[in-house]
Design a protein around this ligand. Structure first.
Ligand SMILES: NC(=O)c1ccc[n+]([C@@H]2O[C@H](COP(=O)([O-])OP(=O)(O)OC[C@H]3O[C@@H](n4cnc5c(N)ncnc54)[C@H](OP(=O)(O)O)[C@@H]3O)[C@@H](O)[C@H]2O)c1
Length: 326
């Protein structure tokens, strides 16, 4: 078992999925915190009886916790992460890191002030197929990489109270789904020099269906399409002058890909079975930061998470999407 002691903040869907992956990998979950004592106890009973705290404050104050995973809706991320940072904990924050860049910068500043590691849980970046894709690009296999395309379409319930539809919970396709292809484009091509967005809203006023073109250095482009009411292929491509990579569905989860040269010949097929859902790779990177004394991951630098939220702010400005209290 590893030395890092994890605390889970929130007991919803992704908290369960992440905890399952931590335990399947032999990592150490010592506590859970919920707004409700009953939920904390129910969660603990499913995951080997870590200490159950009936408040996030009690979890943050637990001396037997080193790292806290924030798994609440996006508008709560900044407040919940600050609580943990100020208690001296290392914090892994679910995507979207925060609702806006101002909140993201505050987390970065506070992380530095308290000398703790803070990382966005953009789990896709840490998956084995993504590591291999970055290796191939760095080795020049694709030539000059000009274009990244990725889509992320899911069909969520139309219930206006559902998290994805509710403005008070940071609803909309952008913060939940669009962040994956946008973050991928930036991972491969760097921060954009220009942002172009088009969208249509749900009846609740969040973005339903959105397309974003990012222009990058040298006229390169990343193109992201996403929607919350239509299931889609969820594939991605990285196109270079010498070859392209086609990532199979669902591209942002553990999956397969092919490298195809400019004549259409398959140069490589990548297949790498992954145990569990695959969220353990981000946890292992976060543990590596903690145990090595590093504070920022080269795979998901904190400054880049802040900049990505800034890009999302610009998308929201262009499509006219604001959240309560902004
Ligand atoms: N990495 C991924 O693949 C992935 C997948 C899905 C979601 N996510 C991210 O994870 C975060 C949570 O998503 P989820 O699908 O797990 O949501 P969820 O199932 O609704 O769970 C959210 C949890 O947050 C806590 N919470 C605190 N304030 C809340 C409020 N006002 N309303 C509702 N819940 C509140 C609740 O836990 P307590 O009642 O115990 O306090 C709740 O169980 C989001 O930021 C989302 O983008 C990531």
């Amino acid at each position: 078992m590893s030395d890092v002691r994890w605390g889970i903040l929130g007991t919803g869907g992704i908290a369960s999925a992440f905890t399952t992956d931590l335990l399947a990998t032999g990592l150490n979950v010592t506590a859970v915190g919920s707004r409700s004592e009953a939920s904390a106890r129910e969660f603990a009973s499913r995951f080997g009886e870590p200490t159950a705290h009936g408040s996030y404050e009690a979890l943050a104050a637990d001396p037997n916790v080193d790292a806290i995973y924030v798994a609440t809706p996006h508008p709560m991320h900044a407040k919940n992460a600050l609580l943990a940072i100020r208690a001296g904990k290392h914090v892994l924050v679910e995507k979207a890191f925060t609702v806006n860049e101002r909140e993201a910068q505050t987390l970065a500043d506070e992380a530095a002030a308290h000398d703790v590691a803070v990382m966005e849980a953009m789990w896709t970046r840490f998956l084995p197929h993504m590591v291999r894709i970055r290796e191939m690009i760095a080795a020049g296999t694709l030539g000059d990489v000009r274009t990244v395309t990725a889509n992320h379409y899911q069909r969520f319930p139309s219930d206006p109270k559902h998290r994805l539809n509710d403005p008070a919970l940071g609803g909309g396709a952008l913060l939940d789904l669009g962040i994956y292809p946008i973050s991928f484009g930036i991972d491969i091509l760097g921060l954009p020099t220009r942002v172009l967005a088009s969208s249509s809203p749900t009846v609740t006023g969040v973005d339903r269906q959105t397309a974003v073109i990012l222009e990058h250095e040298g006229g390169r482009q990343s193109v992201s399409q996403f929607a919350l009411d239509t299931a889609g292929p969820n594939v991605a491509m990285v196109l270079g002058t010498e070859a392209r990579i086609e990532i199979d569905r669902t591209w942002c989860t553990p999956t397969t890909f092919r490298v195809i040269d400019s004549n259409g010949e398959v140069m490589e097929r990548y297949e790498h079975p992954v145990v569990s859902r695959g969220m353990q790779y981000q946890a292992l990177e976060f543990e590596r930061l903690i145990t090595s004394g590093q504070r920022v991951s080269p795979l998901m630098p904190l400054a880049e998470s802040v900049a990505i939220i800034g890009v999302l702010d610009e998308v929201r400005r262009q499509i006219g999407l604001t959240y309560p209290g902004e």
